[in-house]
Each structure stands twice: as structure tokens, then as C-alpha cells.
Design a protein around this ligand. Structure first.
Ligand SMILES: [Zn+2]
Length: 444
């Protein structure tokens, strides 16, 4: 039997980073052997000093199809994922029409995704006012987690929930053991900035102060504790929230958190007036906060890093007006996460292994995929990214597979270049090109 063997001097496994040969057969990692321990009969791909790492698992992607496929779509999103070393993504329940808040809507989404995905795709269901009775059927149908908003989401068909709505949903979620991903900002604590210049980034930042997030995280910790439910805070953006989470976890509350490459890369001080490609909620904060988020990751207080890729057409992103309050709030970055995070990690002396923990293992665990994905180990799926940690890229429109090219990373020099991406042992991206066929699996 001929295996595909990927071998190199820097393979990231649960034992650390070392020379090894990864044997792949039938879409699965069959063995991890010593570098030299490979029979010449196999198809051997030598990557030398490039990193061989578990493919990234991105549990926070807005694919927007069906219904807003002019914003993104399964084909373009999964091509961007492949080019960025993301081998599994979870699609958020909103911005598509219908939103994934019923089984019927979930069926429509699966039909839209079927046979159009270059990487594996799982799905997240929505918790909205009045749909508590849909949670169990959605879970049975294969939804891997749920998502809700405590503030308006930006789209009318995905309303935010109140504490009362959460008290209906959380007992069901606790019973089925599915995590609830929460956009944690409290609308009552948003600041009124009317009268100030809407083109100034400082105005946008001031309108959504830290306390909106901190109070929302405190509420979710209290409810997670009360209902013994699993709560996951998405796109954590402040240092004070980290402290609330750390204390809760010490008490045994099942809360986890993610942050995103943009909170780890940019800072409010450098965002020009009118630069609406940087708009997201919660907002990118000051440099001191960015450094605190890095420390929280290193300390293990934040579990993982995912993209929150949430694009839209350029005309909706405020390109003309530069008005932060009219522009769509969402950052396009699915293809760039690995390079963005590695750039930040490398400059702070953080080793490559931590990237695999934050961007592969932790999100796989959140999605309930930790028995099959997020590790290079025998029996795990052969979802692998090969990347060069020593080379640099400059983000340019022609290299992006996203449907729209607007991104705050445009023109930025980043460290780390994805060389090849394997999904189920088959190469889907190599030498700057998408190759093969859209053979990603639907994980539902
Ligand atoms: Zn999002």
C-alpha cells in the first residue's frame, strides 16, 4: 500500500515541534514516524524547513449564503479558507437569508453548501427570541453549536436576545451539551456619540466602550453558572473581560473565549479617519489592550483565535462616505489569519506550537471535533497546512480568494506564507493556486 507521506524538520504534533514523517492513507493520518523511517515505495513530499501543522479550524465565519451570496458564498469562502490553511470552518447562522434558526432554514443552507466547498464545513444554529423549541431539532439535524447576540446584530432577520430569552434557551442547551456562542455587548451601555464626527475612528470606539462587553460577559457567566451550560464568548476585545472569565473558570464555570486576528494586529491609534475597512463590533481598541489580549492568550485565559470573517460588498463598507456608523461592521480576513497571527506571535517571541493550539486544537474542541481534527496524530483526519514561517507576503487584491477584496490588511506585510493545504489527505491549495475539486465534507 502506498501512503502519501509529508515529511519535514518542523512537524507540530502534541509532543511539540520536531522532524517527522506523516503517513496518510484513506484521508486519515495512519502513522507519524521518525523522519528517516519511510519506505521509498511511498509518495513522499519533502517540505524541508516548512512547518507541517494541523489545518486551522475556524469556528467563526459568515459565509452569507443563501440570501446574501453577493457578500460572500460557500465557493469563494472555502477557496479563501484553503488558501489560508483553514481546513474546517463553521458557518455562522446569520447574514444568510434565511438565518439558521429553524431546521427548514438549516436544510436550505446545507443545499446551498453541498458540493461547493473546498474545505470541510460545519454549521452553527441561531438562538433568537422565541425559537427555544427549535434548538433541539437543529442539534439533532447536525448543528454543532449555537450563536446569539445581546446587541442588535446588524441584520433584521437575526434579532438579539434578552435575559428572559436566554433563560428559555439555556436549559435546553445545557441538556444537549451544545455551546452557546455569545456576541457579548450590552445595548444599554452603548454610549451616545451623536454630534461627534462619524468619520473619526475615535467616535466609533467611544460609542462602544469596554463596559458594554464586560457587563455582558458578567451576565453570561452568571447564567452559565446558574444553568450549568457551556458559554463561549466570541471576539473578546477587552482586558477587563479576561479577568471576569478567569475568575469564573477558577470557580468551575464552563466559559471559554476567542479573540480575532484584527484585535491582535491593529490598534485604534493607527486607524485613519474614514478607514471603514477596520470597522467591527466590538471595536478594535488601543495598543495597550492589544498587548493585554496577547498576554491573556499566552496565559491560557483566552482559548483560541478565529477570523470572524464577515465581508460585504465594497459599497456597503462605507468606502465612499467613510462614515463608521453607516458602514457594515465586519472584517474580511479568512485567508489571512495564520499570517496575521504568526506576524504578531513571532514579534513577541511566541512559538509556532501555540498557534496550532489557538487556531486548530481549541476551535476543534469547541466544535466537538477534537477526536478527529486539530492534531497531527494517528487516527486524526489528514487536514494539514504546510507553511513557511520565514517568508513574508504583502497582501494584494489578486492573491485574495474572498469574493470582495476590501480588507484592513490590504498592502500589509505579513510573516508566514501558506505553501499547501490538504483536506482529507488531498491537496486543495498549492503554490498560490487552488487545485483539485471542491471535495470538502459537510459536517452535518
Ligand atoms: Zn461574527
Amino acid at each position: 500500500m502506498r501512503d502519501l507521506v509529508l515529511r519535514g524538520r518542523r512537524v507540530v504534533t502534541p509532543r511539540g515541534i520536531h522532524a517527522a514523517a506523516v503517513h496518510i492513507a484513506g484521508g486519515v493520518i495512519r502513522a507519524v514516524t521518525n523522519w528517516a523511517d519511510v519506505n521509498a515505495v511511498h509518495d513522499i513530499v519533502d517540505v524541508d524547513d516548512a512547518i507541517i501543522m494541523p489545518g486551522l479550524v475556524d469556528t467563526h465565519v459568515h459565509v452569507n449564503e443563501p440570501g446574501r451570496s453577493d457578500w460572500e458564498g460557500f465557493e469563494t469562502a472555502t477557496r479563501a479558507a484553503a488558501a489560508g490553511g483553514v481546513t474546517t470552518l463553521l458557518d455562522m447562522p446569520l447574514n444568510s437569508i434565511p438565518a439558521t434558526t429553524t431546521v427548514e432554514a438549516f436544510d436550505a443552507k446545507r443545499r446551498a453548501a453541498d458540493k461547493h466547498c473546498w474545505v470541510n464545513v460545519g454549521f452553527i444554529g441561531g438562538v433568537v427570541p422565541g425559537n427555544a423549541e427549535e434548538i433541539r431539532p437543529l442539534h439533532v439535524a447536525g448543528v454543532r453549536a449555537f450563536k446569539c447576540f445581546l446587541v442588535p446584530s446588524g441584520v433584521d432577520e437575526f434579532p438579539s436576545v434578552s435575559e428572559d430569552d436566554l433563560r428559555e434557551a439555556l436549559p435546553v442547551l445545557a441538556e444537549i451539551g451544545a455551546p452557546l456562542m455569545v456576541h457579548a455587548e450590552l445595548p444599554t451601555l452603548l454610549a451616545d456619540t451623536s454630534g461627534r464626527n462619524p468619520r473619526c475612528y475615535a467616535t466609533w470606539l467611544a460609542s462602544r466602550p469596554d463596559v458594554c462587553e464586560v457587563a455582558a460577559v458578567e451576565l453570561m457567566v452568571m447564567l452559565a453558572e446558574e444553568y450549568k451550560a457551556r458559554v463561549h464568548i466570541v471576539h473578546l476585545s477587552t482586558e477587563r473581560s479576561v479577568r471576569v472569565l478567569r475568575d469564573a473558570r477558577r470557580r468551575g464555570v464552563a466559559v471559554s473565549a476567542e479573540t480575532c486576528p484584527h484585535y491582535l494586529t491593529f490598534s485604534a491609534e493607527e486607524i485613519a479617519d474614514g478607514a471603514t475597512s477596520f470597522k467591527c463590533a466590538p471595536p478594535i481598541r488601543v495598543a495597550n489592550t492589544r498587548e493585554a489580549l496577547w498576554r491573556a492568550l499566552v496565559a491560557g485565559d483566552i482559548d483560541g483565535i478565529v477570523s470572524d470573517h464577515s465581508p460585504c460588498p465594497p459599497e456597503l463598507k462605507g468606502e465612499r462616505s467613510g462614515n463608521f456608523f453607516d458602514a457594515w461592521g465586519g472584517i474580511s480576513s479568512l485567508q489571512l489569519g495564520l499570517s496575521a497571527v504568526w506576524s504578531g506571535a513571532q514579534s513577541r517571541g511566541v512559538p509556532v506550537e501555540r498557534i496550532a493550539t489557538w487556531m486548530s486544537a481549541a476551535p476543534a474542541r469547541l466544535a466537538g471535533l477534537d477526536k478527529s481534527k486539530g492534531r497531527i496524530e494517528p487516527g486524526y483526519d489528514a487536514d494539514i497546512v504546510v507553511w513557511d514561517a520565514d517568508s513574508t507576503i504583502v497582501v494584494a487584491p489578486e492573491s485574495l480568494q474572498h469574493r470582495h477584496k476590501v480588507t484592513p490588511y490590504m498592502g500589509r506585510k505579513l510573516h508566514g506564507e501558506v505553501l499547501a493545504t490538504y483536506v482529507g489527505g488531498r491537496v486543495v491549495y498549492e503554490k498560490g493556486r487552488i487545485v483539485g475539486a471542491p471535495g470538502g465534507k459537510l459536517l452535518a
